[in-house]
Design a protein around this ligand. Structure first.
Ligand code: ZN
Ligand code: ZN
Ligand code: FE
Length: 755
């Protein structure tokens, strides 16, 4: 019997080839009706026999186009109209809201075939794309998403491209960034001073320069990359020196999965991530025989690999015969990456020998995403290109549209509306003015794109974060509600939100720095609570941080503080540190001069690294902790050092003075650094297990969430999980957003939704 159904689908279903897909599916199943775009989704009316309709409902979800993201599907029965033909209707203009823009997607197989097909009119064309692939977020300038509001606006489609674009049966139907060699963007080569070089084959020219050991700056999807031959030790060393990047690892692009397998051990799950349309940098275990110079990632057992993701990357990797390429962000040290030619030449001029540029502007700066697999599960480190602005589903509904502005470093922001959390790309370190400018501009852009006007702004408790200042000023100016969320509460809530937890939990939140409710620098916290609030149930004993921020850059300062605190007589810095400097630091500590108090576990890692002589200063955050972890990984689990738990009201204090004394003794008796590093990890696991055990007794809670940057340490994370599992706890860690400050905004939304 003939029936008719009205189906409303919400999500990212516009501009991704959804209507042609629905059309083809309906035709295949012999159903009549229509599909049209409407606010936030599509509306379908479909008519035919019931079994076919059921078929349609199943397949419209299961077989949706690759870039489509279905968030909800609701259907209802309506009276049949006797239609047997299916058609695509013009948009329901009255109700047509903004079109949700998709994340940038790697070039698809169909486009790749054209790229390398000498008979195709787009053969060798570095900017080809289609409805299923290509740039999205990085080129969008406003809402609604259509070509006029992308950086493709300046390129008038040629008749052939226009015909494809308008034909529902074509795979480029409504592909907003579509282009061809006749009408689209073009490559150019610039010399180190930015002068255009006459060049018939830009890719061949740059590939030849790279082969000769030159460093190129190449305009990618979300910004410039610095590129050189990864196998060329001299070129890599030169790049490192020019970029003023001491030890931070460089990412490497390999031509294909087989190329990745030559350098690293690649599991099936890791292979899936590498080849996914998101194309993140995946951290992999480097093969002992990998033919790469040590300078790529000094002292690092891991290597960040990615596969080509734009046609341009494919052409370049083929032009160097798939030789691995260093592909690192186009910036000096930690500044935001360059996105336009003038900026690139100005800032990268002293680094790059030549530029591979093009005339399709990048509007949204978008760094490569970084991820890895731990225990078979993806554990993101930086969620940016290919992921943003994809929404996460939340376990509750926001009362009002809300903006969460995140933290200060590794900044991301989020917009919350209904049950959706729309997470931004990586904005980086807001200390940099360019990053802060992008932060304010891209918030506005996201609000337009998703047609959301926040009624509430959530920010970190830290009064001096640039994001906090922005939030407060904007809230005051626009009369919005402002909510401050304590840093570690946000970390905990972020992990809870990811897993849809609504019960009270024990939150183990360890990181480098977060502003506490008492004004001290927190970072080794056991919180008990939920989204609505928390008790600080336990924390590491406060220690002075001599010189504040300087102490984070110079781990030996923290080591000195721990030694004094523990009353340890020895001087492990003998011969390494200037006596006068050491005396100065000791004086600062005695007099409490410029010594903020901290419970940070990140700083404890620093201190241990210095005590055992592996690192007295760092060039990037987390460096000492990473080295300590790798060192420890070589050793089998060992005994833990002693520690004590004091139970004054209201919070248990974790006292590691006995551990410091024991470490000093081990150093003195020549115990290998690796074994000390391992014992230190074991001690942290014991501390976590001990405190959680006590808290379970007092609170009856059995759920533990692990969050904060310290849990980037996969050894600590895995050992902690193993131990807590063994103790019968339910343990959760991050799998959707980073455990570092890049995940804060989700937790801020979670708290705001529940106050
Ligand atoms: Zn494609
Ligand atoms: Zn064209
Ligand atoms: Fe943090």
């Amino acid at each position: 019997m003939t029936q008719r159904r009205e189906i409303v689908i919400q999500g990212t279903v516009q501009g991704v080839g959804f209507r042609p897909f629905v059309h083809a599916l309906a035709a295949e199943l012999g159903l009549g009706g229509f599909v049209l775009n409407r606010s936030g989704g599509v509306r379908i009316e479909i008519e035919g026999d019931e079994p076919q309709l059921e078929h349609f409902l199943r397949r419209v979800v299961a077989d949706a186009p690759p870039l489509a993201r279905i968030e909800s599907l609701v259907w209802s029965a309506v009276p049949p109209r006797g239609e047997s033909v299916f058609r695509i209707e013009e948009s329901d203009l009255a109700g047509a809201g903004p079109v949700a823009v998709a994340a940038d997607a790697a070039v698809c197989d169909d486009c790749l075939r054209e790229l390398f097909d000498p008979g195709d009119r787009r053969f060798g064309y570095p900017f080809l794309n289609c409805t299923n692939c290509g740039p999205r977020l990085t080129i969008v300038t406003g809402a609604p998403y259509d070509r006029a509001r992308t950086t493709m606006a300046g390129f008038a489609m040629c008749p052939e491209c226009r015909t494809e674009y308008e034909n529902p049966a074509d795979r480029r139907f409504h592909a907003q960034p579509t282009a061809c060699p006749v009408c689209g963007p073009r490559l150019s080569v610039l010399d180190e001073a930015g002068a255009v070089l006459a060049c018939a084959d830009p890719i061949g020219f740059v590939a030849a320069a790279i082969r000769e050991g030159k460093i190129a700056a190449m305009k990618g999807l979300g910004g410039y990359h610095l590129v050189c031959a990864a196998g060329d030790a001299a070129a890599v060393a030169r790049l490192r020196r020019r970029k003023q990047r001491d030890d931070k690892p460089f990412a490497v692009m390999v031509g294909d999965l087989a190329g990745a397998g030559e350098l690293c051990i690649v599991t099936e799950a890791e292979g899936r991530l590498l080849t996914s349309r998101r194309r993140p940098i995946v951290l992999l275990r480097r093969r002992a025989d990998a033919a790469l110079p040590e300078e790529i990632a000094p002292h690092n057992p891991l290597l960040g690999l990615m596969l080509p993701y734009t046609p341009l990357h494919y052409l370049l990797t083929r032009a160097v015969d798939n030789a691995p390429l260093v592909m690192t962000s186009g910036n000096r040290s930690d500044e935001p990456i360059a996105i336009d030619e003038a900026d690139a030449v100005a800032r990268l001029g002293g680094i790059a020998d030549l530029f591979l540029a093009h005339n399709r502007p990048i509007h949204v700066r978008c760094d490569d995403s970084v991820t890895r697999v731990i225990g078979g599960v993806e554990t993101p480190i930086r969620r940016s290109r290919g992921y943003a602005p994809e929404a996460l589903a939340m376990p509750w509904s926001m009362g009002v549209p809300t903006l969460a502005v995140g933290g200060q470093l590794k900044n991301t922001f989020a917009l919350g509306s209904g049950r959706r959390a729309i997470l931004s790309h990586h904005l980086g370190d807001l200390d940099h003015y360019q990053a802060f400018r992008a932060f304010t501009r891209d918030i506005t852009l996201y609000e337009q794109l998703f047609s959301l006007t926040p009624a509430c702004i959530v920010h970190d408790l830290h009064p001096d974060y640039a994001s906090t200042v922005y939030a407060r000023q904007r809230a005051a100016k626009e009369g919005l509600r402002a909510i401050a969320v304590q840093h570690h509460h946000a970390h905990m809530a972020s992990c809870m939100a990811e897993h849809g937890l609504t019960e009270r939990v024990i939150g183990v939140t360890f990181d480098g720095t977060g502003y506490g409710t008492d004004g001290a620098i927190w970072g080794g916290e056991f919180l008990v609570g939920d989204y609505r609030g928390f008790d600080r149930a336990a924390h590491f004993r406060y220690l002075p941080m001599p010189g504040g921020e300087q102490a984070a850059r110079h781990p030996w300062r923290m080591a000195a503080a721990y030694l004094m605190d523990a009353g340890a007589a020895c001087d492990p810095f003998e011969g390494r540190q200037d006596i006068a400097a050491l005396r100065n630091i000791r004086k600062m500590i005695e007099r409490h001069f410029n010594c903020p108090m901290t419970s940070s576990v990140g700083r404890l890692f620093d201190a241990i690294a210095s005590l055992i002589g592996i690192r007295d200063s760092v060039t990037f955050e987390g460096q000492a902790a990473m080295q300590l972890q790798w060192l420890a990984s070589h050793e089998n689990p060992d005994t833990a050092y002693p520690f004590t738990l004091h139970n004054p009201d209201p919070a248990t204090q974790i006292d590691v003075r006995p551990m410091i004394a024991a470490v000093v003794q081990d150093v003195g008796t020549g115990v290998p650094a690796a074994r000390i590093a391992r014992r230190f990890h074991c001690t942290l696991v014991e501390i976590i297990a001990g405190v959680c055990g006590t808290l379970r007794t007092t609170t009856q809670l059995n759920t533990v969430v692990l969050s904060g940057g310290v849990f980037m340490n996969s050894l600590l994370a895995a050992q902690t999980r193993l131990r807590l599992d063994h103790e019968g706890f339910r343990v959760y860690s991050h799998t959707a957003v980073p455990t570092n400050d890049g995940g804060l905004c989700l937790g801020q939304l979670a708290v705001a939704a529940n106050v």
